[in-house]
Design a protein around this ligand. Sequence first.
Ligand code: G3I
Length: 464
Amino acid sequence: MRSSRSSSASRSSRSSFRARAAAALIASAAVIGSLLTAGSGVAHAADTPLRDLGAARGKVIGTAVTGSRLTGTYGDLAGAQFGSLTPGNAMKWGSVEPSRGTFDWAEADRIVAFAEAHGQQVRGHTLVWHSQNPGWLTGGSWTPAELRTLLRDHIGTEAGRYKGRIAAWDVVNEPFNEDGTYRSTLWYDGLGADYIADALTWARAADPAAELYINDYNVEGVNAKSTALYNLVRSLKERGVPIDGVGLQAHLILGQVPATFQQNIQRFADLGVDVAITELDIRMTLPSDSAKLAQQKADYKAVTAACAAVARCVNLTVWGFTDSDSWVESTFPGQGAATPYDANYAPKPAYYGISEALGGTTTPPPTGACTAVYTVQSQWNTGFTGNVTLSCSGASLSSWRVTWTYGAGQRITQSWNADCAQSGAAVSCRNAAYNGGVPDGGSVSFGFNASWSGGNPVPEVTLG
Ligand code: G3I
């Protein structure tokens, strides 16, 4: 083990007060809903943040993020629940150098600064890939020597810029085909398989403290592709090439966690490298229902348990923590709901699958429930726009009424997609003629404008 890794536990404990405070803020201000079946207001915020559960077991629980979204509830949850952040796109070559010699570090910088402010690690993703490269690079015509210089300079520039601030770099991403042969890419075709060793060596020179990983998908179980990765890592270590870990992406399909997942993690650990689950998501055919969500919980729990069982499995990162920030729906039409939080930031059974595998005492919200979540969408000096979203899972509604009591004199002036009435501090909103039905797996939203002064705390809402 390299010494930089041991700092994660102390970083996590230094930040635990901040994390708990943020979690409490979320519970009181942003993600308050009510379960129709439970009858009274129940906050869905977790008892113990995933990052704390993980830290207690020597695991860093992370998420991929979109830098521009790191505010509001998204930012609160990203900061409170996770111990590491991976930029989903912001550090890819096409993002940071869209024109040759012209760099855009804004989103990557923002993510790194956010992580440092929240006591989180950053996993850098990714220095060498066949995809999301800039057009000037892929459209160019390069001699092998030019290509090698371009790659060396890119790694030096990017890893050098964040020197000392990145816990681990996915140095090389997705080098293999499914049958274990090398993927034909700009790099392999131009430079041969040694581009991998060279990239690792250049990354080590640029940032000696960062753990250096090779990352791939469909390598979670023991199969031809993971065996090729295993053989590569073994040979790199034999040659003295710097390699510290392997990333198993884990873009999984509901009900298909490989039976050999833990065995596979263990064999890499036995080679003397760390393992990270780097991009976990588990997609299902839409719409989701309670049975699928229960299976997804079991799958998330199985993956987390496999990592928890192997000491050198050091990080488990979800590829987006909310269904509103996932690549799945746009890539696999008709598939989705792949992450641990729904699009309204309510934790799904999957969240509790991770939590339970880490020894968390939280239990999943009852299945067969409809919830209402109140959020302040925008606010100015005298007014604000609010939104309430009703969501059903394993249950449905044919009509609804949402009530709350304002504690700071707020007054609703206008509403849409619901008939709202306010008497004193008490507000009651009923469905409009056209949106009383909320199907299993569906949601309905309504909005309103209101005035405020002094303070604008979020009230607890009741769905009945
Ligand atoms: O930023 C542009 C935006 O300006 C434009 O309007 C829009 C229109 O399509 O595209 C936006 O870029 C998209 C980008 O994500 C940011 O949202 C790209 O089209 C889209 O292709 C890109 O997808 C990313 C994908 O990698 C590319 O292969 C996903 O967000 C990202 O989650 C995904 O991540 C990869 C990992 O890096 C490696 N492992 C697999 C994983 C899933 O594909």
